[in-house]
Design a protein around this ligand. Sequence first.
Ligand SMILES: NC(=O)c1ccc[n+]([C@@H]2O[C@H](COP(=O)([O-])OP(=O)(O)OC[C@H]3O[C@@H](n4cnc5c(N)ncnc54)[C@H](O)[C@@H]3O)[C@@H](O)[C@H]2O)c1
Length: 406
Amino acid sequence: MRKIAVVGAGNRALSMFAKPLVRQLSENAKLCGIYDINPHRARLMGEQCGGGIPVFDDFDEMIRVSKPDDVIVTTIDRYHHEYIIRSLEAGCNAISEKPMTIDAEKCQAVLDAERKSGRKVTVTFNCRFMPYVVKVKELLASGVIGDIRSVHLEWQIAYSHGADYFRRWHRKMENSGGLLVHKATHHFDMVNWWVDDEPEKLYAFGDLKFFGPRREQRGERCQTCAYTATCPFYYDVKANDFTRQYYYEAEGHDGYFRDQCVFGDDIDIYDTMSVNVKYRRGALLSYSLTAYNAQEGWRAHFVGSEGRLEAESFHPDMQERPYNDIRIYNRAGELQTIQVPKATGGHGGGDERLRKMIFVGGQDDPLGQQADSWAGAMSLLIGAGANRSIATGQPVVIADLCRRPE
Ligand SMILES: NC(=O)c1ccc[n+]([C@@H]2O[C@H](COP(=O)([O-])OP(=O)(O)OC[C@H]3O[C@@H](n4cnc5c(N)ncnc54)[C@H](O)[C@@H]3O)[C@@H](O)[C@H]2O)c1
């Protein structure tokens, strides 16, 4: 049976991989080891999964002793490349959470290591498995609007969700590449996949307009803050069993606070972003991402040679309907509406379907949902290129950032 180890024992590792592997997929794959730089979290995850999964204090020892076929990388983003490369060099395949890594140099190192090792990197883009997103892909691939020439994608992150990026490790560019990499890698991958093309050139703007050091009343973290009674973003890390056990009670090991002030001085990522991308076959993408909205969701419009397709998904859905619409207009303006039932389960039903593809296998993949390292590169390089464009004020050519190994 295929043996799987996990590095990075946080929220995503527990809910997406470790528990389901032990409790639902034990006939298909065996979780053989857990490692995290914070030993408290690794041990807790081992205990909570059940099944007596071995927990290690050292990554190399985990590889040596547990001999995994695949290593799932769910650390914070800045270390993905290190563990992907170490796994490949040890003869394992790597299954990396998104983003594959956070900048062009690390991306090149991953691509080169994969080529040299002859092993494989898979990137877990769960959005490609959400039934609504898949339906958009099927329709576009069927040629329903002809050649795609223009895409408009607006992504809104709700206040509470957005704030969480600014109180955790994501708040530093060096940890996450900012939201244009950490978050938008999902969105750029969806567009790359939907239009079945690769980005060529981009130009971007980004700013910090809502979070960050914008008000006098701020502190280091919510636990010690003087403004908890009045701050709309007060967050009690002890109020919930999971965050208390995994983060508050683990602070003694690494000094990481999960409730840092969302108005902190050290925040250096953007909360307001706009990117224009030209694709190789000529399609143009206008993308916007904001992290402080009343609603969470996205809206995509595609203009093709034969018509227009519109899709959107928001929650809470003010209309409370059990389905999402896709609207297709032909050149005469005639409308066809397709209703896609809303899926249940994590991330719009994407998580469960992705696990099935990776761990159960045996399925055809006619739409190419399983993403490889090149797909991981093409999406993260839009974000990394956008960060560069914002910093320099210049356009960025994707081929100047990274080369595909021969
Ligand atoms: N696909 C999705 O929808 C989705 C959703 C959430 C998170 N994620 C991804 O999952 C990953 C983890 O995110 P999370 O929300 O679980 O964060 P988290 O903070 O809960 O967990 C991250 C873990 O990495 C560990 N870590 C940090 N540095 C390390 C190192 N050098 N070596 C080993 N372990 C180290 C931390 O101790 C922590 O336990 C991120 O890459 C994130 O982008 C993906």
